[in-house]
Design a protein. Structure first.
Length: 544
């Protein structure tokens, strides 16, 4: 079997190593690719908790790697892949990678964004290069790098003489989110190229330096750009996103494209080396209690009383668990708890929401910029939505589960205190998210850009139609009026107004005969990894 080695910061196959959608890809791809005779190993940091001793953990020893002007000692352990025979997960241990489960990234500061993370992932790249050339990990046929965290490895492969053996194997670079690029100074900072690799920095030619600096900030390096320019093929996680990134971003028009790297991507695309392949969705766990049984026709009824009680119980469980590490009750959780108690009072007399809207995602501008946009009326899109919902469906409810930006969370908290039809849950909880996918009538995903998106797939998998912005992977997965609903618009205000207009049409459709058909079509959609694995084999790995 052809062996692929994936280098990634996250991996949903291991407890606590998932933050975003990339972790789902790293979890599911090895199993899918095994079906087309590709054996995928993964290498990543242990973060101080992934390599805990078990009967299956095998220590492969320690090694020294040149980093920061000295030799750093790194431990290497290996565990069998929990889902794939013969595949392995290699874990690297070093003090820089100490973390807690689910918190594997550093927040950084506005003055030095990405500083801590950039340093620890630069060490990851150097460590991977060292274990490969030293033979501690077998040399694969293809090195597959994921996002900016692995970008420095493409640079070391191309420019560092001690790692030149890596040039004999193919290199693929996957972009999961072009908005995060890991930009750091060339020099004069503890988190800079000169600090990490002083000998390499001193030996770079002008031509080499031009290939790794940021096109907007010539005194900075860009790890994302390193991966794009210095890999053999560049992979975007949906066909539409692969086209959008070839165009410059225009924030005033509400368009997010190449984010400063569009020229590099266009140059790569001219050689047919930019490839868009949609991510898949895992359908193997559909027999679980939180998923519809796919062997039977799903229930097309609205949320039932027992389901609503299950949802409320799960919300309470999440709120209690979030408070477990706190010394004081947070305002946002107190508001959510009070609202939940009010919904319990309705449930106890047999009342359920007449229309349940849901949303699950990170609190970032990517996901909720349109919701926060102020309209000519003076109200934001979200506040206008809540007023519209209140008038059209007085017993409707919108539940939003998400964590991330503190300012965005505070804004949602203020609206949750003002509008009883808005339940904002500030955090992430696996069982709660499963309930929201399962029991909702309409899933909202108004992302300003979306490389692929997994939430809309999970909602559709449970038979919940989605209302999405027609960009990136959302455009490739949701078909307006067929299995969901789509809005568009030029500029944030127009997008916000189009979103509200389409929502009104959706709510009018909710009581019509077409709704069960749309819901059934959403449930029938399949974004199956086995089909996608064939495209990986043919378009990314063949002839490398």
């Amino acid at each position: 079997m052809k062996r692929i080695l994936m280098v990634a910061a996250e991996n949903g196959a291991l407890a606590g190593a998932k933050v975003g959608g990339m972790a789902d890809v790293i979890r599911d791809l090895p199993q899918a690719l095994a079906g087309v005779d590709l054996c995928v190993d993964v290498i990543m940091p242990s973060y101080g908790f992934l390599a805990s001793p078990t009967a299956q953990t095998q220590a492969l020893g320690e090694f020294e790697v040149a980093f920061g002007g000295k030799l750093e000692r790194v431990k290497l352990v290996v565990i069998p892949h929990p889902r794939v025979d013969r595949a392995k997960i290699y874990l690297l241990e070093h003090g820089l990678w100490q973390s807690i489960p689910g918190k594997i990234y550093s927040q950084g500061s506005a003055e030095r964004p990405f500083a801590d993370d950039a340093t620890k992932f630069a060490l990851l790249c150097a460590s991977v290069a060292k274990v490969l050339v030293a033979g501690l990990v077998p040399m694969p046929q293809v090195l597959h790098l994921h996002d900016w965290h692995a970008g420095c490895l493409a640079m070391l492969r191309a420019f560092a003489p001690e790692y030149s053996a890596l040039k004999t194997i193919g290199c693929v670079f996957s972009i999961h989110n072009l908005a995060l690029q890991g930009i750091r100074p060339l020099s004069q900072d503890a988190s800079s190229l000169a600090a990490w690799f002083p000998e390499l920095f001193a030996s770079l030619t002008d031509e080499q330096r031009q290939q790794i600096i940021d096109p907007r900030y010539p005194h900075c390096i860009n790890p994302m750009r390193m991966g794009i320019v210095l890999s053999d093929r560049v992979h975007l996680v949906s066909p539409s996103y692969a086209q959008e990134v070839l165009l410059p971003s225009d924030v005033t028009a509400g368009f997010f494209g190449g984010e400063g790297l569009e020229q590099d991507l266009r140059l790569k695309a001219s050689g047919t080396k930019v490839i868009g392949i949609l991510n898949g969705c895992n359908y193997s766990d559909l027999g679980s209690s939180t998923s519809k049984n796919q062997s039977e026709t799903p229930s097309l009824q609205r949320i039932q009383l027992d389901e609503f009680k299950t949802l409320l119980t799960t919300i309470e469980t999440a709120l209690v668990e979030w408070q477990g590490t706190q010394t004081q009750v947070s305002g946002v959780d107190m508001i959510a708890f009070a609202r939940t108690q009010a919904h319990w009072r309705h449930a106890l007399v047999g009342e359920v929401p007449t229309f349940l809207m849901t949303s699950v995602g990170r609190l970032t501008d990517q996901k909720v910029l349109i919701l926060r946009q102020q309209l000519p009326s003076g109200a934001s899109v979200l506040e206008s939505l809540l007023k519209q919902l209140q008038q059209a469906q007085p017993r409707a409810l919108f539940i939003l589960l998400g964590s991330g930006d503190a300012d965005i969370a505070l804004y949602f908290q203020n609206l949750a205190a003002k509008y009883p039809n808005f339940l904002f849950l500030n955090g992430y909880h696996e069982s709660l998210s499963a309930c929201l996918y399962q029991y909702g009538d309409l899933f909202l995903m108004p992302s300003s850009f979306e490389p692929c998106g997994i939430s809309q797939m999970l909602a559709m998998r449970a038979g919940q139609p989605c209302l999405v912005h027609g960009v990136g992977g959302l455009k490739d997965t949701v078909h307006d009026g067929v299995d969901g609903f789509v809005f568009n618009g030029n500029g944030l205000t127009e997008q916000g107004e189009a979103f509200l207009h389409r929502l009104k049409e959706v709510m009018d459709c909710f009581d019509s005969e077409s709704w069960p058909k749309i819901r059934m079509n959403a449930w029938k959609q399949r974004f199956d990894w086995s089909h996608i694995a064939q495209m990986y084999q043919q378009q990314l790995y063949d002839n490398l």
